[in-house]
Design a protein. Structure first.
Length: 494
């Protein structure tokens, strides 16, 4: 397109928007005559062709009436400034306010009231003990690119929607992988690939919960799961955690519950393994309560010193357990790849919900992952990244011991990508102060308070300050330096 032509189009667009805005704010009421195309063109230094094109557009959309030999007039229907004709910033409702009569659903209302905190932004130069993301440099770039290239070469003739449960190759490869690494006995039909475990939780909330239902959750626990359940209008019932995981003896006091959400292999964030006895108690309680159980197995690849425990899914004789896993902790949270192992009788319902939600997870990504699982690259990558994380974990434990010694008590370091550092000499109320003091020393740390349910009593119970310290983003030397800075920050608190 020539430059002149583009300029005219731009100015034509400006004229169009100006006329629409004047209609919306009432300056051009119904019946108002617009200037002739000749007069308008002369006034604005536009060509008549440009002005005529704008008028034709407005006429085609029903905003003005044109008749040969008569002036163009604003159409009656264009008068009422309905949302459809109101131009942004030109008299419509302010963008942060719902238009009169329009309302959110009750789920929408509850979602907008949630306190969803985005991940803290990285501070340049600071040493960041954020738990969650993996380091970009740890991603298996070469095998991944190779797999993607192979997938691209095998693009099917028909680019049709896939099975909502996921690509057949991936479900097949994953079934073999889970049976080998987690002892999960399921068949391919029970597997549904999802956009990260968050989607699995969202599907569970929508399909298994009604407003007013009770959901048992761990306290402290994974708040992204809690929020999903809260949005449905369910009531959360927080159960405390000790060194053996969820305190199942407290379940007897819970009113009839519809669902329990647990992280039995590595309680988030305290890190406990739920003992076999407690797993059985939880299953028995679910049977007597008529409840579903979601088993979130988010980081079981990182077991350093402890032996694998039987999953709840493998102990479940009744089809109550929905096992959820993710590739966010081994590959990347940005891939949005997770899976559910469903009891057979739930598969069709979840497949329908998945189809309605987003049809299915991107097929190319699924097939690339299937190739990594099939040719052994995924296993090699997991072995490598586990070694890296183990070295970082050791560095953190040593640094905490070296720089903080008895001023810190470590919990939950046997597996995973984070640990909890309690500061017995500092009360819970001063956690935020500690994080701020650390920030001044260029080290980012995260108070454990944010993982406790508000209003549940436990968040206000007397306990020392605690930090959830992730180490996946850092190298051992940075970890040592970070803990040295943390110790200096603690000194400043007196
Ligand atoms: C307890 C827990 N479950 C699941 C996930 C992973 O979620 P997603 O698969 O949606 O990335 C995380 C991530 O931090 C987590 O901490």
């Amino acid at each position: 397109m020539k430059k002149d032509e583009a300029g005219h189009r731009g100015r034509g667009r400006a004229l169009y928007e100006e006329i629409r805005a004047r209609m919306a704010d009432g300056t051009y009421g119904p019946g108002t005559a617009l200037p002739s195309t000749r007069a308008c063109a002369a006034e604005r230094g536009l060509s008549r062709t440009t002005v005529s094109a704008v008028y034709e557009q407005l006429a085609a959309e029903g905003f003005i009436d044109t008749r040969p030999g008569a002036p163009s007039r604003v159409a009656a229907a264009a008068a009422a400034p309905s949302p459809a004709v109101a131009m942004p910033g030109a008299g419509g409702p302010p963008p942060d306010q719902a238009p009169p009569g329009a309302r959110l659903s009750s789920v929408g209302e509850r979602m907008s009231a949630l306190d969803l905190r985005p991940d803290a932004a990285a501070v340049p130069g600071a040493i960041d003990f954020l738990y969650g993301p993996l380091a970009g440099r740890d991603f298996p770039t070469l095998p991944w690119l190779k797999a993607l290239r192979r997938v691209e070469r095998q693009r099917p003739a028909r680019l049709a929607y896939d099975d909502p449960r996921g690509a057949a190759e991936l479900r097949q490869a994953l079934q073999a992988h889970l049976s080998r690494t987690r002892g999960l006995s399921c068949d391919v039909e029970q597997l549904v690939i999802v956009n990260g475990s968050q989607q699995a939780l969202d599907l569970c909330a929508r399909l298994l919960l009604d407003a007013g239902d009770t959901v048992v959750v761990e306290n402290p626990g994974y708040r992204m799961a809690h929020h999903v359940f809260e949005a449905t209008g369910a009531r959360l019932c927080g159960i405390g955690i000790d060194h053996h995981g969820l305190r199942t003896e407290l379940l007897a006091g819970v009113p009839r519950a519809q669902l329990a959400y647990v992280t039995p292999t590595h309680q988030f964030p305290l890190g406990a393994f739920m003992t076999l006895g407690r797993r059985r108690e939880l299953l028995d309680w679910a049977a007597s309560s008529g409840a579903w159980i979601i088993e979130d197995d988010y980081d079981s690849e990182y077991r350093y010193a402890v032996r694998p425990e039987a999953t709840l899914q493998s102990l479940d004789g009744q089809g109550r357990v929905i096992h959820v896993g993710t590739f966010s902790k081994t590959l990347s949270a940005q891939l949005r790849l997770g899976y559910m192992v469903l009891p057979r009788h739930l598969v069709a319902t979840f497949a329908a919900a998945k189809r309605l939600a987003d049809r299915h997870v991107a097929t190319g990504t699924q097939r690339a992952l299937a190739l990594l699982l099939e040719d052994g690259s995924y296993d090699r990558h997991v072995r490598r990244i586990r070694r890296l994380q183990q070295a970082r974990r050791s560095a953190l434990l040593e640094a905490l011991d070296r720089h903080l010694g008895p001023r810190v008590a470590v919990q939950g370091a046997a597996s995973g990508l984070h640990l909890v550092a309690w500061i017995p000499g500092l009360p819970r109320e001063r956690e935020a102060e500690l994080a701020e003091a650390a920030g001044r020393q260029q080290v980012q740390v995260y108070p454990i308070s944010r993982f406790y349910l508000p209003h549940a009593g436990t968040c206000t119970a007397a306990r020392p300050a605690g930090l959830v310290m992730g180490y996946a983003l850092l190298e051992p030397a940075q970890i040592d330096q970070g803990v040295r800075r943390l110790a200096a920050a603690l000194d400043t608190l007196g």
